[in-house]
Design a binder for this molecule. Sequence first.
Ligand code: PBG
Length: 327
Amino acid sequence: MSLPFDLECRPRRLRRTAGLRRMVSETSLCAANLMYPLFVCHGKNVREPVSSMPGVFHLSVENIVQEAEKAYARGVPSVLLFGLPKSKDAKASEATSKNGIVQQAVRALKKNLPELVVATDVCVCAYTDHGHCGILKGDDVDNDPSAALLGRMAASHAEAGADIVAPSAMMDGQVAAIRDALDGKGFKNTVIMGYSAKYASAFYGPFREAAHSAPGKGDRKAYQMNPANAREALIETSLDIQEGADIIMVKPALAYLDVISMMRRNFEQPLAAYNVSGEYSMVKAAARNGWADERAVALEMLTAMRRAGADIIITYWATDAAKWLVE
Ligand code: PBG
């Protein structure tokens, strides 16, 4: 039976063929948007699977170079390094050491792939014996000495050749402390990507196994943001920008698309979204059970993050997605 009236507008016309759909697509997703997180460890020829994150490995330096080469060849312009130190202590000694594992990996990457953009995570939770993101005083993370320590850590990454340092510890004033430490050592051109709105999220669960960075006791709620808050993200981000952040970030991404969209409307800086471990591993788990099509779900999630307003997406799918996007 036909309609009793003439339809003036038929939106389905523009969805009829793949060509039409592609022509009117409002959002693009390509390899250039992606940043690939990698976990570097000591040793030779290590490629140890992270059980909570299928497809993610602890890689020793020569394997990090190989993994980055693969990503770069597929058009992924950047990597984000996390380190697994040899030993942990109260002062996070390896974090600032010239021969720390991240510093070694940065030097190897810049030597073998000079065009690759190398970013480093700047936080001490994987380096402290208590697993908190700064120096403890009693049960509390002591803000100002922790920010100063992050400054020294960032400067040592810059000295190794890092293009971008990315503070994720959520200490007040950490971006200013880092800019100061970088400039003081002559690294005026090192970019700071602030984890500006980083929430105290249960979606980081699988990562803590990957980075061996779970806090021994307590949680991170006294420094990371409350998931209930959106306006506070504007305060945190304004501070990061005043302190000198070149790139801003929302983390996690999937449950925070409203925050990404709000940040896009309020700030002009390049905006990154961190598609975190829990967002990745839950799709992997569902796919293994035959409950989800990993590729379709992943590309839909990444496209949604771009639609919300992210310029850069940090994702464990970077290399796979870059391949899927051209298949
Ligand atoms: C370090 C850090 C974390 C992540 C990135 N940097 C963990 C945390 O804050 O507990 C999470 C990344 C992920 O879940 O993929 N502070």
